[in-house]
Design a protein around this ligand. Structure first.
Ligand code: C2E
Ligand code: MG
Ligand code: MG
Ligand code: MG
Length: 279
């Protein structure tokens, strides 16, 4: 177990709880070193059709493999990576790796598998984002129609129109676009109808409180209904129980992702999962 503690501006230290709070590394310099030494890898979490139960896609989720400390989740380092801009080189590697993996799985015969990749606002806002993405597509030979870019509401709602121009360009290139953590940000329903969004990912917080009361049920149901009206697919994040799944099924939600079906798993395990599905 690790604990990240802020100690002054941009200064973070990671403590190992079992080591009686002795700092074990300075996070920012460790991140830089981790980039140089290629310590980042991707796990994949399946996205399941609620109608058929089949794996339709997978979300690529970043992991940091600190040989000495084990695998670290993004919750521990992603916000610092964003503050320091280190998310840019990391995100570029992530996108390249997703493209490579997509090509590899297509070649293995998993031709309808969609891979989703998280794009941080900072990445999306880079002036040369489209050029960067295009050159990685060229380099890897990946098909953008098999790749979904997950952006947040804040990126989509940005005023000024720059991001929206990029979104529509990415759609023209063939990418699918998903709005991540839907419902937690500053969503504007009016804009939603104008976006070329393929998928809304209902935030896990709504799903986890489904059993607690009627309010979140109503919200989830409204999002699903709205998705149907706007012709946007809806995926529920963080599905952990059979009763959540049953409710989502009942209201006609398209897809789910969550521990009930599978946690994020490494490439080898994901391949096994795909093989067991087709076999
Ligand atoms: P996210 O994009 O909303 O990803 C979903 C998160 O929910 C993942 O956490 C996943 O492991 C977790 N999750 C999925 N199903 C369940 C469930 O049933 N129960 C619970 N309790 N959790 C579940 P993870 O992998 O720790 O990632 C956290 C966040 O870090 C992501 O949230 C995303 O915002 C960010 N992130 C992850 N990978 C990347 C990346 O490559 N680039 C960028 N920019 N951000 C990333
Ligand atoms: Mg995501
Ligand atoms: Mg999410
Ligand atoms: Mg999230």
């Amino acid at each position: 177990m690790y604990q990240v503690k802020a100690s002054g501006r941009n200064q973070y230290k990671v403590y190992n709880r079992s080591m009686k709070m002795k700092p074990i590394f300075h996070l920012e310099s460790a991140l830089k070193k981790g980039i140089e030494e290629d310590e980042f890898l991707l796990y994949f979490q399946p996205q399941i059709s609620l109608q058929t139960g089949r794996v339709e896609g997978a979300e690529a989720l970043l992991r940091w493999d600190r040989k000495d400390l084990g695998i670290i989740s993004p919750g521990e380092f992603i916000s610092l990576a964003e503050e320091t801009g280190l998310i840019l080189p990391i995100g570029e590697k992530v996108f390249r790796e997703v493209c490579r993996q997509s090509v590899a799985w297509q070649k293995r015969g998993f031709t309808s598998l969609r891979l989703a990749v998280n794009i941080s606002p900072l990445q999306f806002q880079q002036d040369h984002f489209i050029e960067l993405i295009s050159s990685i597509l060229k380099e890897t030979g990946a098909d953008p129609r098999q790749i979904e870019l997950e952006i947040t509401e804040s990126v989509a709602m940005e005023s000024g129109g720059k991001n929206r121009a990029k979104m529509s360009f990415l759609k023209k290139m063939g990418f699918q676009l998903a709005l991540d953590d839907f419902g937690t940000g500053y969503s504007s329903l009016q804009y939603l109808s104008q976006f070329q969004i393929d998928r809304l990912k209902i935030d896990r917080s709504f799903i986890s409180s489904l059993e607690k009361g009627e309010k979140d049920k109503t919200i989830v149901q409204l999002i699903v209904t709205m998705g149907k009206e706007l012709n946007v697919k809806v995926l529920a994040e963080g599905v952990e129980t059979e009763s959540q799944k049953a409710f989502l099924n009942k209201i006609g939600c398209d897809e789910m992702q969550g521990y009930l079906f599978s946690k994020p798993i490494n490439v080898q395990d994901f391949e096994q999962l795909l093989l067991s599905e087709t076999g």
